[in-house]
Design a protein around this ligand. Sequence first.
Ligand SMILES: C[S@@+](CC[C@H](N)C(=O)[O-])C[C@H]1O[C@@H](n2cnc3c(N)ncnc32)[C@H](O)[C@@H]1O
Length: 236
Amino acid sequence: MISKSHLVKKVFDSVADHYNIMNDVMSFGLHRVWKKRMVSTMHVNQNCKLLDVAGGTGDVALQVIEKEPTTSVTVCDINYQMLRNGRDNAINKNKLSLQWCCADAEYLPFNDYQFDYYTIAFGIRNVSNRKKALQEAYRVLKPGGKFICLEFAPMHYQNKIFTKLYDLYSFNIIPKMGKLIAKDEESYKYLVESIRQFPTQLQFKNEIEEVGFTNTSFCNMSCGIAALYLGYKTLF
Ligand SMILES: C[S@@+](CC[C@H](N)C(=O)[O-])C[C@H]1O[C@@H](n2cnc3c(N)ncnc32)[C@H](O)[C@@H]1O
């Protein structure tokens, strides 16, 4: 049987070239609004160091440096194709200050206490060992550093009609769009199924606390389709 990390690599190798357009089409552009909200929770300045893990094509990173161009932003992702497309796109936009690093969220190649912010958008559900990735997030943050995670929620608790429509869209329409645009139906089936397997908002908030983060919270966005999680590394 193929391991989760191999499957995830295969999925993102396959979708990398159509990733940005598929995101816009699938979410009707909503992912940009969610990411904007994520970036609005940061108070970045020229002394800030931010690590965007599973940063893919650098969407979040670009929004951060648009807000504050002097912030030091490193985009880290396990998939070289995603990073390469992101780097090329950033160069085309003349955003040359971003740093790009190909690495696994479970084994970050950074020393302890390096970053003021650790962000991860739509990435945590793809890592094989979530606890290890969260421990790494905690390790690389400075004391008082902020953990910010954006992720789809499994929608177990929504009203029945909304859930039915959302399921219909997710399981029937998204894979077909994947087939049409990215020429890959199976990868989009995986992406949709992985959302349903992700813990509920409360369960994931508990997981964040289990590795040491304090003052944790989450807020639902767009009727709970996605959720934004926050947590802080303790000061001492
Ligand atoms: C859905 S994309 C999100 C990309 C970007 N954050 C965004 O919101 O547009 C998920 C990303 O997670 C990356 N990823 C999956 N497993 C990873 C891991 N163990 N370590 C680092 N990145 C990983 C994939 O390569 C992919 O680029």
